[in-house]
Design a binder for this molecule. Structure first.
Ligand code: NAD
Length: 355
């Protein structure tokens, strides 16, 4: 029997998306013309990739700011804002991965400057209104319409220089957006549809990149999947998985994408008894016998890291991490969560135990 779709209140964020391999320079001009941009601050863009250098050829650059650091340190943001003000800029162009987009978002949060994002990884930050800034080891995050890039330029040639491991890690971050969107606080049929389409694209893309890193088709698919995944995530909100990774990342300074890769299968195994149809559908969409089998196969194809231990988390950190995560458990997680559940989950993920 069909159980129906229930009731939902869905918000779609307004953003222009220009997609085309080899078209980034032309698309960037279109996007900047659309904003009436005359004095642009360019963030990032320093990778050794001729295609990236060319993208900026016709941009009216007033300030170039190449310094980018993981987790968006507050002092870097202050320095960038001072340069933006001194340069009297009217718009921001972020050329890089989630760290570069994150810096642009932090500047926009304070100044209201519009952002055009030119992503060079598959993490998807460009499609969300979520920002994060780190002060004295504490990463504050929030949601604001000011930080959502007005336009996103996707050009897979800009990602050809991204090494396979960084490609698959940022792609698994996108897979985590898909899976957490299935049961996050505002999960609904629309963001689930996006999430499943994204999952199929990412599975095929990441396997393709491993086999043929210079293949443009797989990298286009990864950008497409990463974008859809982030749209689903922005709409559905942060689920249990993201709360766990956020807490662990902040407490132990673990690498962002690798932490997602280790933790996700354990969260899926934990939630599965309370959400069997959703997890089964992961398997169906990816052509496997079960959701777990589908993720295991992808994880092994991309040689994902298997334990928090290998990422440098101390085992003694498990009880305190479980306690802090418990405080952040999102409402509506399909399965009730106790501190003991979290301790078990973290201990298993720390050791890389079978699920
Ligand atoms: P990243 O931006 O830190 O980049 C990872 C590495 O790849 C860097 O060394 C960078 O210089 C290099 N790189 C990037 N593009 C390259 C290219 N084309 N060629 C060669 N090297 C390249 O990593 P990421 O995975 O893109 O982003 C992770 C960050 O984004 C985290 O801080 C995470 O919190 C944030 N994030 C935020 C959201 C959000 O919605 N706010 C979503 C996803 C990720």
């Amino acid at each position: 029997m069909n159980s129906g779709l229930g009731r939902f209140d869905h918000v779609t964020l307004a953003q222009r998306v220009l997609f085309g391999s080899g078209d980034a320079a032309r698309h960037l001009s279109l996007a900047l013309d659309g904003l009436g941009a005359r004095r642009v601050m360019v963030l990032g863009g320093g990778h050794r990739n001729g295609a990236i250098a060319q993208v900026l050829a016709d941009v009216p650059v007033a300030v170039r700011f190449a310094d980018v650091a993981q987790h968006v340190p507050a002092d870097l943001v202050s320095r960038a804002i001072r340069e933006a003000v001194a340069g009297d800029v009217d718009s921001l162009v972020a050329v890089g991965g989630g760290s570069t987009t994150g810096l642009a978002k932090a500047i926009a949060l304070e100044t209201g400057l519009p952002i055009v994002a030119v992503p060079t990884t598959y993490a998807g930050s460009e499609a969300t209104d979520v920002w994060g800034v780190t002060t004295d080891g504490h990463k504050a995050t929030g949601v604001s319409s000011r930080v959502l890039p007005r336009a996103v330029i996707y050009d897979a040639t800009l990602t050809l220089s991204l090494p396979v491991e960084l490609s698959t890690r940022s792609g698994l971050n996108a897979v985590a957006h898909c899976v957490d969107s299935l049961w996050a606080p505002r999960a609904d049929p629309i963001n689930r549809a996006l999430a499943f389409e994204a999952l199929a694209a990412l599975d095929s893309a990441l396997r393709g990149i491993v086999v043929e890193p210079s293949g443009l088709g797989a990298r286009e698919e990864a950008l497409y999947g990463g974008y859809l995944a982030a749209v689903a995530f922005a709409s559905a909100g942060s689920g249990l998985h993201h709360k766990i990774c956020h807490t662990l990342g902040g407490m132990f300074d673990l690498p962002h994408a690798a932490t997602h890769a280790v933790v996700l299968p354990y969260v899926v195994a934990f939630n599965e008894p309370a959400a069997p149809a959703l997890v089964r559908r992961i398997g169906t969409v990816l052509g496997a016998d079960s959701g777990q089998a589908a993720l295991d196969a992808l994880w092994s194809a991309v040689e994902a890291p298997a334990s928090l231990r290998e990422l440098g988390m101390p085992e003694r950190g498990v009880p305190e991490a479980a306690r802090r995560i418990f405080e952040a458990v999102p409402p509506g997680n399909p399965r009730a969560v106790s501190v003991t559940d979290l301790e078990r989950l973290l201990a298993a993920a720390w050791a890389g135990e079978a699920r």
